[in-house]
Design a protein around this ligand. Structure first.
Ligand code: IMP
Length: 500
């Protein structure tokens, strides 16, 4: 006979946190929201990869490209760049993030003096960057001959056929730094000479890269920035269980810091095969997560298969119709509770702590604190990030309000057949996601600041200064349908407000 679970499955809105004593040291500034991303052994000093805030962005076309990855890493979280695109394109996105801020950035806009103003404009459009290095052979490592920035040309007064050599700022007028210079020395030169960028060149005059003033200033403004050992921004990337033999090496070579198998249902032999192949080829040097699962059996299977973290959630995503279409899933709060128990048991038994990620279904900011309190180590968010300026989709004016497009990986628009076990033939028989709009919400950094402020306040109310402390101390209560109504503004005539 089929198994029927005793408990109804529940979701975040059905719970609230009950305050604990807030001690005087429990202030928002003292709350540490950093969290482990990948497996580590009991007694090990440190998890090999931590994130500074417990947010990752969803492996989706409409969420995680290089632009969002840069913005999120600067705020302390990590993106997983979407896998439903050609391998070379995904690897290029990874490369773009890794190049974005090495302190010294490899120049990605390079021309020769014989190119034209039109070439400059085309390059600017393509890369979004406005500093062009002019080198003898038009490569990022050629002999530096000059720079073009937007100060060097006036489109309204110049022919687009004008040669770069005629309007660039030539080398003799440029201040440069010598290869081997430290970042702080480079920044001193930038400050002393009031520069916007400093080209770094070798003894023979070949370009090494550029140091930008704005990177220095932005780093000051982003104390939680997620950087690797070489001070480059960090990024993850999605993979699938079909073309991993080609995709994984390309992503590793491009510099991806961590990978994640992207699937709506991760309790499969294909995931075990993918993990085994990665372990055989790279040992533990390549970190890779698996999922999604919703119970102990799924967790134990992927843990035994060698996953570095495990994603939890089926059917709770805002654009998801998997439950309607296939009848598969579990309420997200119950899934997180079941899997976090399995993780703790696994840790007790084996000494390996395998972080779990609550993926999808976060609607209000307080749901994030609930997900953590229920046992998640971090979260993956789609809708939340899709609303921001930096997400890859178009911003549109619909019925007088700005919106951003947001579509599921299982929608006809994304056609990510590798994520769903419908066929192995490369096409989808039915949709598991919808194409939608979400309200435009502005810059990622501003929104994250507000969300984190709310989380820190929740943590303080619970008397917790870190995620493990919240998990240990949190007291939760189930709420009745009637008390959910009481939770919002009620019995008043609300004025228009900016509240979100
Ligand atoms: P959200 O944060 O509630 O918008 O959920 C995002 C999550 O939904 C993603 O991380 C995926 O796990 C999942 N997802 C993405 N696309 C689809 C889809 O088309 N159908 C079902 N689930 C999806």
């Amino acid at each position: 006979m089929a198994v029927l679970f005793d408990q109804e499955s529940r979701t975040f809105s059905e719970f609230l946190l009950v305050p604990n004593l807030t001690t005087k040291d429990c202030t928002p500034d003292n709350v540490d929201l950093s969290t482990p991303l990948v497996k580590y052994r009991r007694g090990e000093e440190e998890c090999p990869l931590r994130i500074n805030i417990p947010f990752t962005s969803a492996i989706m076309q409409s969420v995680s490209d290089s632009g969002l990855a840069v913005a999120l890493a600067r705020s302390g979280g990590l993106s997983f760049i979407y896998a439903s695109q050609p391998i070379a394109d995904q690897a290029e996105m990874v490369r773009k993030v890794k190049k974005f801020k090495a302190g010294i950035v490899v120049s990605d806009c390079n021309l020769t003096p014989n190119h034209t103003l039109q070439d400059v404009l085309d390059l600017k459009e393509k890369t979004g960057h406005s500093t062009v290095a002019v080198t003898d052979d038009g490569t990022a490592t050629g002999v530096l001959l000059g720079l073009v920035t937007s100060r060097d040309y006036r489109i309204s007064r110049m022919q687009t056929t004008t040669k770069v050599g005629e309007f660039m700022t030539p080398l003799v007028q440029l201040i440069t730094g010598r290869d081997g210079i430290t970042l702080s020395e480079a920044n001193d030169i930038i400050w002393d000479h009031k520069l916007n960028q400093l080209p770094i060149v070798t003894e023979s005059g070949n370009l090494v890269g550029l140091v930008f003033r704005k990177d220095y200033e932005q780093h000051k403004a982003n104390p939680l920035e997620l950087l690797d050992h070489d001070k480059r921004l960090m990024t993850g990337a999605g993979i699938n269980t079909h073309d991993y033999r080609e995709r994984v090496p390309a992503l590793v070579e491009a510099g991806a810091d961590v990978l994640c198998i992207d699937s709506s249902d991760g309790f499969t032999e294909w995931q075990a095969d993918t993990l085994a192949w990665i372990r055989e080829r790279y040992g533990d040097s390549v970190k890779v997560g698996g999922g999604n699962v919703v119970d102990k059996d799924g967790f134990d299977y992927l843990a035994a298969a060698g996953a570095d973290f495990i994603k939890v959630g089926i059917g709770g995503g805002s654009i998801c119709i998997t439950r309607e279409q296939k009848g598969i899933g579990v309420g997200q709060a119950s899934a997180v509770m079941a899997v976090s128990q399995a993780r703790d048991e696994w840790f007790r038994r084996t000494g390996d702590y395998i972080p779990i990620c609550s993926d999808g279904g976060i609607v209000y900011d307080y749901h994030m604190s609930l997900a953590l309190a229920l046992g998640a180590d971090f979260m993956m968010l789609g809708r939340y990030f899709a609303r921001f300026e930096e997400s890859p989709t178009r911003r549109l004016l619909v019925n007088g309000s700005y919106v951003k497009e947001y579509w599921g990986e299982g929608s006809n628009r994304a056609r990510n057949w590798q994520r769903y076990g419908q066929t192995t033939s490369g096409h989808m028989m039915f949709e598991e996601g919808v194409d939608s709009y979400v309200p435009y919400a502005g810059l990622l950094r501003d929104n994250i600041a507000q969300t984190l402020a709310k989380m820190r306040a929740t943590f303080c109310a619970c008397g917790a200064l870190s995620i493990p402390e919240l998990q240990k101390k949190a007291r939760l209560v189930r709420v009745s349908a009637t008390s959910i109504v009481e939770g919002g503004a009620h019995d008043v005539i609300a004025k228009e407000s900016e509240r979100n």
